[in-house]
Design a protein around this ligand. Sequence first.
Ligand SMILES: *Cc1c(COP(=O)(O)O)cnc(C)c1O
Length: 368
Amino acid sequence: MDIKKLVKPNIRSLRAYQAKEIPCRIKLDANESPYGFKAFKSLKTNRYPDPEARALKKLIARDLKVKPEQILVGNGSDELIYYLIMTFGGPVLYPAPTFSMYGIISQALGEKKIEIPLDKNFDLDERAILKEIKKKKPKLIFLSSPNNPTGNSFSSKRILKIIKFTSSLAPPVKGRGPNGTLRPPSSIVVVDEAYQAFSGKKSFLPLLKKYKNLVVLNTFSKIGLAGLRVGYMTANTEIIEQSNKVRLPFNLNSLSQEITVKTLKNRKLLRSYIRTIVAERKKLLSGMKKIKDIRPYPSDANFILFKIYPVRNKNSNGAENADALHKKLLKQGVLIRNMQGIVDNCLRVTVGTPEENTIFLKNLKKLL
Ligand SMILES: *Cc1c(COP(=O)(O)O)cnc(C)c1O
């Protein structure tokens, strides 16, 4: 599969910025100040960060069992979404509702968006997606699984079908080619695994060996490092090299690199936090299921989406819709996300500490 052909022409001829690190006794080449502050032993604020984030990439690569050359780190995975769309351009296809940044960044970069509604189970509408791929030939396809804001994982069979269909391994389809057949158009498929750690489902990483058009996106934001802004994408080296061309040289600051490396060396703690969240999600869901007038949806992520059924009693001053309930919860000091306008009459609550979840449930019961 020729990834280069998928790259936008202006990027194809571009070369990545070279920030060489040359060992020296006195470093006077980068207009840095000689005076800095020592935040940590090895972190001097006056020096630029490692432009290649080598220590961090090495650790991530070891964890994922891939080569460091297969990884690109970003200032949050948001930045990597930006880079992917900048590199490959549009049309950009994704289901709806999903993570809003796919659409926002596409539009910011002037690329066409193709939004395909999810089916009634919040799963991918495979037929509609394959049809649109044939018709509109998207360069990029974003699939967040587990999906934000619905919380469910998409059927891996359907994701795989889409990856396969847009890869060089796809069988010919009916079309105006030789013998009345045509190879389906190639696309880069990005499986966004921001919530994968909470899901207990298999990652798509092992499929990188087989599918050259696959990108697996991930982030440390949802597992405790949101303030540091560290995301990473894993793909075959060609995709990484092409996307690396549009990366700003020092996109990941030294503090974020340093603390993430330290955190990764403490995996046990990271994992125990994830287990706690998953256990709390289960408790929260069963607590919510007991409340009349709402329907919580099962979740593979660290949040739960729930629908509010209109209160039938017109004399009731209970919360009759998502907007009202959202406001009333906030009045009690409980802030959750209002999904009204994105998912009909729905709210989304993030799994908190046991105490926070109890307070949320108590207020929810009281208000309904
Ligand atoms: C939160 C989120 C991201 C962005 O994560 P950052 O690394 O914080 O930029 C990406 N994808 C999905 C689906 C998310 O929910």
